[in-house]
Design a binder for this molecule. Structure first.
Ligand code: AHM
Ligand code: MG
Length: 341
């Protein structure tokens, strides 16, 4: 039996219609993003065929070498979003400062933060990469250009968030707090079709995901937790399996469906971890929480962190409620032990 066809655009519009006060602006904004995602997906799929691989030679603001496809995705999103009249300001992993809407275009009430192509170290080897986005309502006065203050809002204030994973197929997952929904791109008709309605993350999983190469530098509580996961015990489904792609979007996408936990912790070399709060951790946390999961920095809910700068990093533990609770317990227990000593 053929299921009802539901395109991503129709789903977004129908979702917004349920809110009587909605103006349709958020729908249009998301639709513009969908166009950017389709274009980036096409380019990602062609990457192996074209002279697009390799380095541009430039460094991004974090001192990392930028690959062409990152900049392509950044520019594509900017171009798709600058003239819709819905945004007042944007910010991207690839740009140090906030990005203003060009003078020629109307200024709207929304704010867009994005990581155009996350997991870029995987581009050359055909491993999944992704785009992440986060949307807020502006807090500065209407009509004027958006400000840094508009971008620096806690994750709890997000009105929508989503990601696109360019994997064995291209899938977009988004939420406006009203459930988490996944759409698979049908390349033959160029449409994202609803494939995963109302995604719910399992309460507990049996997969953990972390870069274990950093073991030596971890918090002692985290070391104990990982060793505990590796021990055998039938009742608690141990030992857990380990999976780590090295692309947050792909690792969190798997966690959303199979359950378990994805971690990028702080360590003795990187006290704030690696991942960025505003356009990596906040949007992924909004999605995982809307699907029934949890996301914390080890002490505090990610969505409650009050940001101080656009590119700040945060440790993150994200996934099934039971698994995230447990890692927090291991770490706080160890902190208490150390205080007593
Ligand atoms: P990027 O924004 O430079 O691509 O870095 C972010 C990526 C995440 O997708 C992934 O979870 C992490 O870096 C992997 O880092 P590591 O190689 O240290 O394990
Ligand atoms: Mg990134």
């Amino acid at each position: 039996m053929i299921k009802r066809f539901m395109t991503l655009e129709r789903h977004i519009i129908e979702g917004e219609r349920k809110h009587p006060a909605a103006t349709g602006e958020l729908s249009k904004l998301l639709s513009d993003l969908v166009i950017a995602a389709k274009v980036i997906s096409l380019e990602v799929n062609k990457a192996g065929l074209m002279d697009i691989l390799g380095y541009t030679g430039d460094n991004n603001i974090h001192g990392e070498q930028v690959k062409k496809l990152d900049m392509y995705a950044h520019e594509m999103i900017f171009k798709a979003m600058d003239h819709g009249g819905h945004l007042c300001v944007m910010a991207s992993e690839e740009e140090e400062d906030i990005i203003h809407i060009p003078d020629a275009f109307e200024i709207g009430k929304y704010v867009l933060l994005f990581d155009p192509l996350d997991g870029s170290s995987n581009i050359d080897v055909n491993v999944s990469i992704g785009t992440i986005f986060s949307i807020y309502k502006r807090v500065s006065p209407q009509g004027l250009p958006g400000t840094l203050e508009d971008c620096l809002q806690p994750g709890l204030k997000q009105v929508a968030a989503g990601y696109v994973v360019y994997g064995s197929s291209t899938i977009m997952v988004y939420t406006t707090s009203n459930g988490v929904h996944g759409f698979t791109l049908d390349p033959s008709i160029g449409e994202f079709l609803l494939s995963h309605e109302n995604i719910r993350i399992p309460k507990k999983g049996r997969i953990y995901s972390i870069n274990e190469g950093n073991y030596k530098f971890w918090h002692p509580g985290l070391k104990k937790y990982i060793k505990w996961l590796q021990d055998e015990e039938l009742e608690t489904d141990r030992p857990y399996s380990s999976r780590y792609i090295g692309s947050m979007v792909a690792d969190v996408h798997r966690t959303l469906f199979y359950g378990g936990i994805f971690m990028y912790p702080q360590d003795s070399r990187n006290p704030n971890g690696k991942l960025r709060l505003m356009y990596e951790c906040n949007p992924m946390s909004m999605i995982v929480e809307a699907a029934g999961g949890r996301a914390t920095n080890g002490k505090k809910r990610i969505l409650e962190i009050v940001p101080e700068s656009l590119h700040q990093r945060t440790p993150i533990f994200i996934g099934s409620v039971d698994d995230v609770n447990l890692v927090e317990e291991f770490m706080s227990e160890e902190n208490n032990n150390q205080e007593k000593e």
